[in-house]
Each structure stands twice: as structure tokens, then as C-alpha cells.
Write a protein that binds this ligand. Structure first.
Ligand code: SF4
Length: 76
């Protein structure tokens, strides 16, 4: 698998990506609702059982299935 996206990556910072959705900054991201994770995001490419997988927004790295960022969209 590819290296993991780091939270201090500039784009990750801009989008408020965290590897664990329990650490979402809820003051900054009032749209966050518990239960939202990369695993159930439209832009996530990992299989259901994987702990990490690709994200359409980040090239050459993987995001944690348990992560979240402000570009989260429900799976269609
Ligand atoms: Fe995770 Fe979706 Fe954000 Fe990609 S767009 S980092 S899959 S929440």
C-alpha cells in the first residue's frame, strides 16, 4: 500500500484532515457529524475491510478509513 497522508500536509491542513475522526476540530468544522469517516465518503477508494485506502483528493498517498476531512461527501 502507499504511504499514509500526513496531517501536516498543506492540503490536508487546509481541509482539516485528521487520521481519526474522533479528533475533528468541531469548532472549526461545524458541519461534521459523528459517524462520518473516510470509509463512508464518496471520494474514498479503499475496500470496506481495509484500514486505509486512496482518496481522490490526494495523489500517491492513502488516508485512514477512520479519518475525516471537510470535503467529506456521503457515498452515493
Ligand atoms: Fe477522507 Fe473523503 Fe476527505 Fe478523502 S475527501 S480525506 S476520503 S473524508
Amino acid at each position: 500500500s502507499l504511504p499514509l497522508l500526513q496531517e501536516d500536509n498543506p492540503t490536508a491542513r487546509q481541509l482539516g484532515y485528521v487520521a481519526d475522526a474522533l479528533r475533528v476540530d468541531r469548532q472549526r468544522f461545524t458541519q461534521y457529524a459523528p459517524g462520518q469517516t473516510c470509509r463512508n465518503c464518496e471520494l474514498y477508494g479503499g475496500e470496506a475491510a481495509d484500514s486505509q485506502g486512496g482518496c481522490q483528493l490526494f495523489y500517491g498517498v492513502e488516508v485512514k478509513a477512520a479519518g475525516w476531512c471537510s470535503a467529506w461527501k456521503p457515498k452515493a
